[in-house]
Ligand binder design. Sequence first.
Ligand SMILES: [Zn+2]
Length: 73
Amino acid sequence: MKPPICSLCHRDQRDEPGLEFGLVYFANYESIDHPGHPKGLHWFCSDHLDAAKSLEYLSSSEALERLRRQFKI
Ligand SMILES: [Zn+2]
């Protein structure tokens, strides 16, 4: 599992102790039975978590593309 770094703005929880992070499981999520980070699972900071969750029915690449457009990142 990757450490909490927002997949959209790339802020890192270790640099921003006051910022909350959450995981979003996108449509292309696949669980894995070995150490590592599963496909389709992304961290988002609290500024972007709600918007990311509203797109969890999409694949992660499609959702990230829409989020980048929405937030102009
Ligand atoms: Zn963010």
